[in-house]
Design a protein around this ligand. Sequence first.
Ligand SMILES: Nc1ncnc2c1ncn2[C@@H]1O[C@H](COP(=O)(O)OP(=O)(O)OP(=O)(O)O)[C@@H](O)[C@H]1O
Length: 233
Amino acid sequence: MLVIENCRLTWPDFAADYSMTVQKGALCAIVGPSGGGKTTLLHMIAGFETPESGKLAFDGVDLVPLEPAKRPVAIVFQDHNLFPHLTAGQNVALGIRPSLRISEGERRRIDEMLEAVGLMGFGTRNPGEMSGGQRQRVALARALVSGRPMILLDEPFSSLDPGLRRDMVRLVGELRRQRPVTILMTIHTPEDVADLADQMVFVADGKVLASDTPSAILGGSLAPRIAAATSNT
Ligand SMILES: Nc1ncnc2c1ncn2[C@@H]1O[C@H](COP(=O)(O)OP(=O)(O)OP(=O)(O)O)[C@@H](O)[C@H]1O
């Protein structure tokens, strides 16, 4: 389980105090207004920001003292996930070995992962020869092949058109059913994940203001605020 208890971060213009839990193996969607602190929450879990106080633990392990590379976490950003001078296969390989010196078995794992995200045969292409959706599939494959038990997706599909975005969200749903991974995903279109996510949290003003099932969140008292946050994007 991911446990976040009163994790505080303070800047001159913004203060956050996060508390939430996510069950191991769950898909948790993070929604809320722009500037409310969704990305900052993921950055804190990944280790790019350090809480001044509070508890941040996954599976009973305190994450705070661990540098980002040592955390049980892989992150996929909205853009710029891939190295343009490396092939798709090499970009995925980085999830296993930063040196890119991979064994034959690892090569097979990479090919299998590319196949799992619908990119069989694309291993030798460069990112510049791929569509935005295909590039995000490569980034997803790299996160999954790393074997890290928690994957953070920060608006990974928001630059894609609505149909492709829904396909990608469904792909995330399928992939996580096949492997024991906990996924936290920020999203500006909560309706896309309503029937896939186990949990939805609403983040605004640097706080987790609600945490429940997607139907309870989307049908509850926060619905107008969620609709307003969505229409502003
Ligand atoms: N390192 C930092 N230094 C100063 N302020 C920061 C830092 N990191 C985040 N913030 C502030 O935290 C606030 C929340 O930003 P954040 O990106 O987490 O919001 P968000 O909910 O992800 O927004 P969006 O939906 O637009 O991506 C912003 O006001 C931002 O300026």
